[in-house]
Design a protein around this ligand. Sequence first.
Ligand code: 2YG
Length: 272
Amino acid sequence: MTRLKHEDVVEIPTTLEDYDQQLIRKTGCSLKELAARAAGFHSNIEVNHQAKVAVVPMSCGQGIIEGFAESVAGIISYLGFKAFTTKSWDAGGIAEAIQEGAEVLFMADDERFVAVNVRTAKVSDNGEATGRGYAAGLERMSNGLEGKKVLVLGAGPVGVGAAIALARFRAEVGVYDIEKEPRERLQATLRKLGYRVTIETDLNVALNHYQNIVDACPAENIILLEHITDNTRIAAPGIPLGVEAAGLEKVSTRLLHDPLHIGVATMMFDVL
Ligand code: 2YG
């Protein structure tokens, strides 16, 4: 689980418009359209924008990340909802959120980042939602994934969320993880859902073989310039980015990567 830093989030609220324009150029979808699609909405006209959303800072564990709650609220407000960060933290913040009439609460400690709808009891987890949101982004960027091979790097919660969504898009899913156990667990999870997954045991061979990649692992400099072709498309929720600097120029228009946007937006539509 990567812990974001202040510098990862500090500029989010003031760069949302630019971010969205880039996302539209790459996927043909705005953040709102992509997240609604990932959450199973067919068009976002069914959306109740009246939902009041509270983001509650949590001081436990390694503590508050300055700017984190503000960035989460900024993304949710940008989607058209009424979002605010509570003045109090932890239990006081949860009480304040309820007293202010919030229907949805977002909060993150060091283990989980969740959205909960206090009226419907719907819950969305950032890891799974991020994987599903990025899979939807790759599907749009690729104009459909049916029959296409997609490599998932990293079999953690984000990779599992992505693999399930990719299988639902009828992609041919391969998974690589540096450890044997997580990739076999991912394969078993998908098998239970009726999907086949190919386990890749050699990263370099896999990266030379797949053109569509979901980079859901925290490793840096694993996707190299030599692995990138004119048809390579990368959805990279993993932090830090796994594409080496020399490869960025070549893949930039076919690369999705953000610290919070797609995951938070997908969580919001999940709990509506
Ligand atoms: O409330 C706060 O400010 C802190 N308790 C937030 C701590 C968040 C820790 N988790 C992470 O930084 C990431 N797992 C968040 C999601 C990253 C998505 N790619």
